[in-house]
Write a protein that binds this ligand. Structure first.
Ligand code: NAP
Length: 275
């Protein structure tokens, strides 16, 4: 885009202070020899912020909590996956000044899972019914897996299960659920509440794999408990790296160095929290 000596990319959310996206994206652009800066903005007014993408000639944007759904009406176009999920985490400021929304969370989750297991034909118990859960169910179904939703609030869980045509159970019924893999998409256990887990350890024995999409800490209480009862565990770092890598691919057309990105994120998490 004309005018800026280096391309500008942004993170829009509230809060944004703890996000590792600026560190990861800036380090990756440098590594790729792309003259770009990625700047976090704590948004006070979403409509004004979206107008600012055009006004400030920002090339691409990440959207985070709490705007992933609210941003959709302000965009010119939204891809089919984002529409089904009902959330956008990436915007491309493209030709003719258009703003197009994408969701890379589901791709991040699927890519990370596929590094450890075959999704097709397996059953996945998804804890939660928010944006992360919807991305997870969408991705799993797209890959031929079977998703079961468990949520604290019954109405929200039932609605999500209807939207995706899958089974729903209240969270308290976890003891009766059998699945190959459990995926936590609730924020329970996220730093600083590191000693909390959404489930009791005993209820993890029914699963072979347990994934937590939380990435800070790298090993949540849920994952520590799961390891103790013999499950194979997957942290949210892989999903985070892949969703970010997919954003760079959308913005630049180039696939970034994912193992470098993972290294940058893990080093910072180690430094920050002694993981
Ligand atoms: P969200 O839309 O707010 O949904 C949160 C869900 O968690 C809701 O269904 C909520 O249940 C449930 N929940 C919240 N507190 C709970 C509790 N104490 N006990 C039981 N259930 C509880 O959030 P989100 O956007 O999906 O994000 C959730 C987490 O995923 C965050 O930690 C976020 O950082 C992480 N995430 C990670 C990645 C990654 O790349 N690794 C990507 C996206 C999100 P109710 O419906 O009953 O309220």
């Amino acid at each position: 885009m004309a005018g800026n000596s280096s391309e500008i990319f942004a993170l829009l959310g509230n809060p944004v202070g703890h996000s590792l996206s600026p560190l990861m994206h800036n380090a990756t652009f440098k590594r790729m020899n792309i003259a770009a800066q990625y700047v976090p903005f704590c948004v006070r007014n979403l409509e004004d912020a979206v107008r600012g993408i055009r006004g400030l000639d920002i090339r691409g944007v990440s959207i985070t909590i709490p705007f992933k759904t609210a941003v959709m009406p302000w965009l010119d176009e939204v891809d089919e996956s984002s529409l089904r999920i009902g959330a956008v985490n990436t915007i491309l400021h493209g030709d003719k000044d258009s703003l197009k929304g994408y969701n890379t969370d589901w791709i991040g989750l699927v890519r990370d899972l596929k590094e450890s297991l075959e999704i097709s034909g397996k059953t996945f118990a998804i804890l939660g019914a928010g944006g992360g859960a919807r991305a997870a169910v969408f991705g799993i179904q797209k890959e031929g897996g079977i998703a079961i939703v468990l949520n604290r609030s019954i109405e929200k869980g039932e609605k999500m299960a209807r939207d995706f045509g899958c089974r729903f159970y209240p969270l308290l019924e976890i003891g009766n659920i059998e699945a190959d893999c459990l995926i936590n998409t609730t924020p329970v256990g996220m730093s600083p509440d590191r000693e909390k887990s959404p489930l009791a350890r005993e209820s993890l024995v029914n699963f072979r794999w347990v994934m937590d999409i939380i990435y800070n800490p790298v090993k949540t209480k849920l994952l520590r408990d799961a390891e103790e009862v013999g499950c194979t565990v997957l942290s949210g770092v892989g999903m985070f790296v892949h969703q970010g890598a997919e954003q760079i691919k959308i913005w630049t057309g180039v696939d970034p160095p994912r193992s470098f990105m993972r290294h940058v994120v893990l080093e910072r998490l180690k430094e920050r929290d002694g993981n």
